[in-house]
Ligand binder design. Structure first.
Ligand code: FAD
Length: 497
């Protein structure tokens, strides 16, 4: 393909959220010789932490692991609210001089790889401009998150148009929504629902969490006592990695215990919930999922805020199915009717990997589902391309940091050896593959067939395990025999499938 780019950068980062800004900081530090730019579709940086504005929006993993490895989290709370996280991301961009590299209102729409030129040509839409712009890059680094920004997921609800109240989705929170003293129903039981419910209960008349099925919910102190102790005595640069590792290991232990002894972990979680709720509360119906812990993401609630709101009588939980919306609220399968002034559909996200971009290799459209993730960072058959896809069982940033460090090592190693192209080879077609994400959550299952696969052995297998990934990504050899390195002009390896 003839190159249409009128501008070239060594590395093009797509997305100026938590990951894209972290990636740029790594590049600036570890590959100072590389030019880069960041394309951001929105008018602001911060991604998730700027988009979501619902009451109480907060992290559901601790900030010592959701924070960047290179920038200690210094605020008081370990479970932080959205604005504090956004402030942290933006301060990082500012302090590392990244802000100037971000091009706002620039959406990357498609990218085509040319083997002859050893570069990607990226089609960019700037705001509402009718004509695209083109930019070429030697390495395309996608930090586009994992869901669609324009539209959250709402299942079809019968009779929705009849409802006389207001229906809102947490992804598009209306600034003017006044729910003080009102009857609110939050539909859902995931991280967003369990965050929203106690936060809205502070002002609402009453909040009902209406769930089809329960989720595992674990209370966690909003303040980390060990972290606070260490931070009072040690410089931030010393205390932060200690606390980070403590939390990494705790999360790994919890996850491994859930996989190996699910019955024990189920009992532990259940007894925590029973202790937090009034005697005789129907924990079996409302807080005992049918699946094992970590088949789906576990929800954390800081200082048991959800349980406290239930104890106060501000919140009730209903486990039932919606038959239809009515004029006054919701009719349920049990024939009960839930009256509501406001219904919040905390029903999830629409997954979108690679920022919804269409990728082509020398004119041929890439079918992502035919690729296999390499070290959870690159993909079989896709030259000079990396994407940040964080952990599902631990903080996203742990993986994002490792991925960024790896990309820098790869780029430096290519420079050292005079290589222009790095393409992960596909494992043999006879080798078994499995889905890229091993969660059974609805949002994953709805899009699993469009996602890449993972392989059955290192480096194609995704372990979702920070210490293991650390060994591979930070300390493993770059040229591990699974990547084709070539000077410009080499053809990419065949896609599998
Ligand atoms: C409500 C909520 C709470 C969460 N809480 C946690 C938590 O506690 N812990 C945790 O580990 N994870 C959490 N997550 C997951 C969270 O998304 C990640 O932690 C992290 O914010 C992801 O950062 P990111 O930069 O990779 O993606 P995002 O934050 O999604 O940012 C991606 C950016 O890329 C831009 N973009 C996308 N496509 C394009 C394109 N084609 N062209 C140009 N720009 C594009 C977007 O506009 C956006 O700015 C949460 C997610 C949600 C929705």
């Amino acid at each position: 393909m003839e190159s249409r780019g009128n501008e070239h950068v060594d590395v093009l980062i797509v997305g100026a959220g938590l990951s894209g800004i972290g990636a740029a900081c790594h590049l600036r530090r570890d590959c100072p010789q590389k030019s880069f730019a960041i394309l951001e579709a929105r008018e602001a940086s911060g991604g998730t932490w700027d988009l979501f504005r619902y009451p109480g929006v907060r992290s559901d993993s601790d900030m010592f692991t959701l924070g960047y490895r290179f920038r200690p989290w210094q605020e008081a709370k370990a479970i932080a609210d959205g604005p504090a996280i956004l402030g942290y991301i933006r301060a990082t961009a500012r302090d590392h001089g990244i802000e100037e590299a971000i091009r706002y209102r620039c959406r990357a729409v498609s990218a085509e790889w040319s083997s002859d030129d050893a570069r990607w040509t990226v089609e960019v839409r700037r705001g509402d401009e009718p004509e695209p712009e083109w930019i070429t890059c030697s390495f395309l680094y996608l930090n586009t998150g994992y869901y669609r920004y324009d539209e959250g997921f709402t299942p079809h609800f019968e009779g929705l148009e009849r409802f006389g109240g207001r229906v809102v989705h947490p992804q598009h929170w209306p600034e003017d929504l006044d729910y003080a003293g009102k009857r609110v129903v939050v539909v859902g039981s995931g991280a967003t629902a369990v965050t929203l419910v106690p936060a809205m209960a502070e002002k609402a008349g009453h909040v009902t969490m209406l769930q089809r099925s329960p989720t595992y919910i674990v209370s966690m102190p909003a303040h980390d006592a060990i972290a606070d102790f260490l931070r009072r005595r040690l410089p931030a640069e010393v205390a932060y990695p200690i606390v980070r590792w403590k939390n990494v290991l705790l999360a790994v232990l919890m996850y491994q215990a859930s996989r190996r002894s699910p019955e024990v972990v189920k009992r532990l979680i259940r007894s925590g919930v029973e202790k937090a709720l009034p005697a005789g509360y129907d924990v079996a119906t409302h807080f005992t999922p049918a699946y094992d812990p970590w088949d789906q993401r576990l929800c954390l609630v800081p200082d048991g805020d959800l349980f406290k709101a239930i104890c106060r009588g501000d919140v009730s939980v209903v486990t039932d199915r919606i038959v239809t919306f009515t004029e006054r609220g919701l009719l349920l399968a049990s024939r009960a009717e839930l009256e509501a002034d406001v219904v919040v559909t905390a029903t999830g996200l629409n997954i979108s990997l690679m920022g919804g971009m269409e990728l082509r290799l020398d004119g041929e459209k890439v079918d992502l589902s035919k690729t296999i993730g390499y070290k959870g960072v690159m993909f079989s058959g896709l030259p000079n391309l990396a994407a940040t896809i964080g952990y599902t069982n631990a903080s996203w940033t742990l993986k994002a940091d490792l991925a960024a460090g790896y990309v820098c090592r790869l780029l430096n190693s290519m420079d050292e050896h005079g290589d222009a192209i790095a393409t992960p080879r596909a494992p043999a077609p006879s080798e078994p593959t499995r889905p890229f994400m091993d969660l059974t959550s609805g949002y994953v299952l709805r899009s699993i067939d469009q996602m890449p696969k993972q392989g059955s052995r290192r480096p194609w297998r995704l372990h979702q395990n920070y210490p293991r990934d650390l060994l591979v990504l930070r300390y493993g050899t770059v040229d591990d025999g699974e990547i084709d390195f070539s000077p410009a002009g080499g053809r990419p390896a065949e896609l599998v499938g």
